[in-house]
Write a protein that binds this ligand. Structure first.
Ligand SMILES: NC(=O)c1ccc[n+]([C@@H]2O[C@H](COP(=O)([O-])OP(=O)(O)OC[C@H]3O[C@@H](n4cnc5c(N)ncnc54)[C@H](OP(=O)(O)O)[C@@H]3O)[C@@H](O)[C@H]2O)c1
Length: 271
């Protein structure tokens, strides 16, 4: 990787020019997407103009603005590829097996880190699929998450979710990391733990308890974004905006991110 690099993966904007072989988009179309991910700093999305493969884009839902659409791609595709459909056959860089979503209809699903980018979209997708959803976040997010459809709420600053939740079918732990194994005892035999971040190290206990543990790395996928776009258009799913900053304020946006407790997405806006 050669420095300096331009950060960012997610965009929403208007097509300024299209290559001759592009069939699905034309100049003037409003599009959104997660560009070239995973890649080594090739996305370069913190910019006024971004070059993107057409296969990584979808038409922006007309009923939402560019800030909401720009908040959707990485978090939405992560939730989609963990919960709904992987959507590709590329090797999984995080484990030998392909990640396989599990059926959600009528299932008890806990989402940890539920108010964040991935979490708040995962809550809504799990509800859309017919799951009973338990959202775990700090207390200030309770009414937000209940409005998004969460059936139960656990404030992790007051109680340990692993002490309260039980007989779950699935835990989507958007925090992941070395503490993710504490959720094993909340799951039924035959249940699944999906850590979104690396660090799970309790494989032996998971095997003993009969719980499948699986993770994956999100990949750019325009057709999946088009499906998510339909849910954004009809209001089944909405992107919450934690805060917006002008492009020139990217530093302040990162400082906001570093303070944590994000509700939805932080978006950079371009005049
Ligand atoms: N595997 C992949 O391909 C992939 C893709 C995208 C993201 N990720 C990873 O997924 C993670 C989440 O990403 P994100 O964009 O959703 O992050 P985010 O927007 O920063 O959200 C994190 C959320 O976690 C909550 N939180 C913090 N500590 C918590 C705790 N102890 N228990 C429960 N909730 C807690 C925060 O708010 P409160 O503390 O106020 O509740 C915040 O809402 C990151 O580590 C990211 O790197 C992985």
């Amino acid at each position: 990787m050669s420095f300096p690099i331009i950060l960012g993966t997610d965009i929403s904007g208007v097509v300024e020019a299209a290559a001759e072989d592009v069939r699905d988009f034309a100049v003037g179309d409003e599009v959104f997407g997660m560009v070239r991910f995973p890649g080594m700093a090739e996305s370069a999305a913190y910019a006024e103009y971004v070059a993107a493969p057409a296969s990584h884009l979808a038409l922006k839902p007309a009923g939402i603005d560019h800030a909401q659409a720009a908040g959707a791609p990485m978090a939405g595709l992560t939730a989609w590829q963990f919960l709904i459909e992987l959507g590709h056959r590329e090797a999984n860089p995080l484990q030998p097996e392909e990640h396989r979503p599990v059926p959600l209809n009528g299932k008890k699903v806990l989402v940890n880190g539920a108010a964040g980018g991935v979490g708040h979209l995962a809550v809504q997708l799990a509800k859309w699929q017919g799951a009973h959803v338990i959202a775990v976040a700090s207390g200030k997010h309770e009414s937000f998450l209940r409005q998004l459809g969460a059936d139960e709420f656990i404030d992790y600053t007051k109680s340990n979710p692993e002490d309260l939740a039980h007989d779950l079918d699935l835990v989507l732990d958007t925090l992941g990391g070395p503490t993710t194994g504490r959720f094993l005892r909340t799951l039924k035999r035959g249940g699944a733990l999906f850590p979104v971040f690396l660090g799970f190290s309790d494989a032996e206990e998971a095997a003993k308890l009969g719980i499948a543990v699986s993770t994956t790395q999100v990949r750019s996928n325009g057709p999946q974004l088009a499906e998510l776009g339909r849910l954004l258009e009809d209001g089944t799913v909405r992107v919450a905006i934690d805060s917006t900053f002008p492009l020139a304020g990217a530093r302040e946006a990162h400082e906001r991110a570093a303070r944590g407790h994000i509700q939805g997405k932080i978006v950079l806006t371009v005049q």
